[in-house]
Design a binder for this molecule. Structure first.
Ligand SMILES: Cc1cc2nc3c(=O)[nH]c(=O)nc-3n(C[C@H](O)[C@H](O)[C@H](O)COP(=O)(O)OP(=O)(O)OC[C@H]3O[C@@H](n4cnc5c(N)ncnc54)[C@H](O)[C@@H]3O)c2cc1C
Length: 369
């Protein structure tokens, strides 16, 4: 294959570049094509959970406080209650998407991955894609092209089952972070979550079902947060996109595999999308090197079970104000329980999963709160 690649990856977001790194670490020749050019940014809460940090290490990228802001855990607050859970196993960080993108690209280039920037893939068959008008042969094709994946569509792996669709907006403020936690503020029409991304900057993301809501509008519902930002300048443009919970019918078939949001999209409120993408990339790298996508399919299915449960729980709290108030009141009164929930979501390695009996007990305590 003189001008082609063993692996062609469409999409150079976190999932695509991580897969490129994993595949080249295993000796494969990889080309990545992206319609955009670096630095590539995207609306995101910009928190990276310990599983993501650990997967990044396996890809050869070590985060520390010189490039990212260490995160101690998560705090949920509403107008009446507040509960905080510490991350006790593994490290979590907040960092700008463009900083992360730069780290990923540098690592991939060092491993010999070749990039085709500004190249939108619009035509595919089972062994060729059209790149800049020229046919480009491949042995494996990876769709890492996000929520609206063209690879998924053209290779017959879609459509997906949509369970929930909301909107996410984010911008940065030049202000000293007021907390070492990711602060999630719950309100009637939206959630705001604030991630420290540096010693003088926070990322503020709004998640809502209201397509008209923007950051300034959302802040009116959270006067305590608005007051902290009164004198702070915005340090980035406000950008937004849809955030969905979408299930795939399949994430691999023949010589095509999907990874990251192209394979399965999870609502931004979980703060888990990139961590999952990095873990998937490692498993996909193994599968490509062993010429068998079966183990990737199985690992992907298993990996998504707990995050889907968590996304459903959080989306339920978004929809049902009475339940959310009760849950936050109960978590606030019972910090150990909240820490347990957070550690099953965020820690790495994970503790034993919450058993059915414990879930029942949890539900009962919420109803009584
Ligand atoms: C509001 C919000 C907050 C979030 N907060 C967090 C968080 O705090 N932590 C976390 O881990 N996750 C978070 N997420 C999720 C996270 O942003 C995604 O899971 C992550 O971006 C997925 O990466 P990806 O590489 O799969 O897709 P993307 O980042 O969407 O990258 C896809 C790439 O494919 C390229 N592309 C698309 N089509 C083509 C084509 N035809 N040809 C060539 N290139 C193409 C695009 O240009 C893009 O660069 C959040 C999401 C939202 C919406």
């Amino acid at each position: 294959m003189a001008t082609g690649a063993e692996v062609l990856i469409v999409g150079a977001g976190p999932a695509g570049i991580a897969t490129a790194i994993a595949a080249s670490q295993r000796g494969l020749r990889v080309t990545v094509a992206d319609a955009r050019r670096p630095p590539i940014d995207k609306p995101c809460g910009e928190g990276l959970l310990p599983e993501g940090v650990s997967a990044l290490r396996q890809l050869g990228i070590w985060l520390d406080s010189s490039v990212a802001f260490p995160i101690a855990g998560l705090r949920f607050s509403d107008e009446a209650s507040s509960a905080c859970g510490r991350i006790t196993r593994g490290a979590a960080f907040g960092l700008r998407r463009n900083v992360l993108h730069d780290l990923l690209v540098r690592r991939a280039v060092a491993l010999g991955v070749s990039f085709r920037w500004g190249t939108r893939v619009t035509e595919l068959n089972s062994d060729h894609a059209r790149l800049d008008g020229v046919l480009f042969p491949f042995h494996w094709l990876v769709g890492a092209d996000g929520q609206r994946s063209i690879v998924r569509k053209l290779s017959g792996l879609g459509p997906r089952r949509v369970r929930s669709a909301r909107f996410g907006f984010r911008c940065h403020f030049a202000v000293t972070p007021w907390s070492e936690f990711v602060e999630v503020y719950w309100g009637e029409h939206c959630q705001i979550y604030v991630t420290p991304t540096g010693p003088d900057e926070i990322c503020l993301a709004v998640l809502t079902s209201d397509p008209q809501m923007r950051v300034a509008h959302a802040l009116k519902h959270f006067p305590s947060v608005a007051r902290r930002l009164d004198d702070a300048c915005r340090s980035s443009e406000e950008t937004g996109c849809q955030t969905v919970l979408e299930f795939p019918r399949s994430m691999a078939r023949g010589n095509v595999a999907l990874v990251g949001d192209a394979s399965f999209t999870i609502d931004g409120i979980t703060g888990q999308g990139m961590s999952l993408a990095f873990q998937q990339a490692l498993r996909l790298g193994d599968a490509l090197a062993s010429e068998d996508l079966g183990p990737y399919r199985a690992a992907h299915r298993e990996m998504m079970q707990e995050p889907v449960r968590m996304a459903r729980l959080l989306l339920l709290l978004d929809r049902q104000a009475w339940l959310r108030r009760k849950a936050l009141r109960m978590f606030s009164a019972n910090p150990k329980l909240f820490s347990r929930l957070i550690s099953s979501h965020a820690n790495c390695p994970k503790p034993a999963p919450i058993r059915a009996g414990e879930m029942f007990d949890l539900g009962w305590q919420v109803l009584r709160a």
